[in-house]
Design a protein around this ligand. Structure first.
Ligand SMILES: [Zn+2]
Length: 273
């Protein structure tokens, strides 16, 4: 990471509250949520239900470490650059074990002057995810409206990464059979919910993650909360010391040899043989 880039990130520290929170009405209860959704089925040729991981860069993923995926919802909000800055700073100090994340964006939150954030995310090795256009509960929509909520944000993200589709996180984690049938990609849930949107302290957020660690976990956090940024300053070094690497969701799937399928929901991605 170039010094100039890091400095410009670090200089842009501003904090504010988030426009909305994923209040996770059906939040899995961390380690107590037992549904296993990792698949290890062999991939058949021309199986277009499989999420293509062929271009996912895992060259920086450390095979000797446990892996955990960090995800941020409700982006872009006013702490995204602060989140980027914490990762950039950590990665400069730990080039042997850089940290990555998946950011789930709401297309409706973008302004003309915020599109550059997508390129910053990509420069950091982050993955762009789709959190829909308007953050509506998808289970309340008819099929055309639901499809438009997904398609509009995919089209916006494609301007930055050139990919037609992006991993989907349903607002509020709310899905049903229609949502799964319409989803053009896997649906990414979580098995560690930091509840950062409730105003939890950085220490509380960190403890929630550190007390529920498991190889292949997916952590839910949100853009827009100062304490989330502060928690990252605790978590990235702490996880490094605990022999974990923080990665994005597709890196986790690829490194763990997991098959993810369109319309299926994933809360964690355990290592497969
Ligand atoms: Zn949300």
């Amino acid at each position: 990471m170039k010094k100039f880039f890091l400095q410009s990130l670090l200089l842009s520290l501003t904090f504010c509250t988030c426009f909305s929170a994923c209040n996770s009405a059906k939040t899995p209860q961390n380690k107590f949520f037992s549904s296993s959704v990792t698949e290890a089925n062999p991939i058949e040729k021309n199986d277009d239900t499989v999420w293509d991981l062929s271009d996912v860069n895992t060259t920086m993923v450390q095979a000797n470490r446990n892996l955990i995926a960090f995800t941020f919802d409700d982006s872009p909000s006013k702490t995204l650059e602060n989140i980027f800055a914490v990762f950039a700073s950590f990665n400069e100090q730990h080039p042997d074990c850089p940290a990555f994340a998946t950011v789930f964006f709401n297309g409706g939150l973008f302004r003309e002057n915020s599109l550059h954030l997508l390129h910053t995310a990509l420069a950091l090795g982050f993955e762009l995810g789709n959190h829909t256009q308007s953050h509506l509960n998808l289970t309340t929509l008819d099929e055309p409206s639901l499809q438009k909520e997904i398609d509009d944000t995919d089209a916006l993200l494609a301007q930055a990464d050139g990919k037609p589709r992006h991993l989907l996180r349903a607002p509020y984690g709310s899905t049903n059979e229609q949502v799964k049938a319409c989803a053009p990609t896997p649906l990414i849930s979580w098995n560690i919910d930091t509840l950062d949107w409730t105003g939890a302290s950085a220490e509380r957020i960190s403890e929630t993650v550190l007390s529920n660690l498991s190889d292949g976990a997916i952590v839910l956090m949100h853009d827009g909360h100062k304490e989330t940024v502060n928690a990252l300053k605790i978590l990235l070094p702490a996880l490094y010391e605990k022999n974990y690497q923080v990665v994005n969701v597709s890196q986790l799937a690829k490194a763990h040899n997991c098959v993810m399928r369109k319309g299926k929901e994933y809360i964690r991605l355990r290592k497969q043989a």
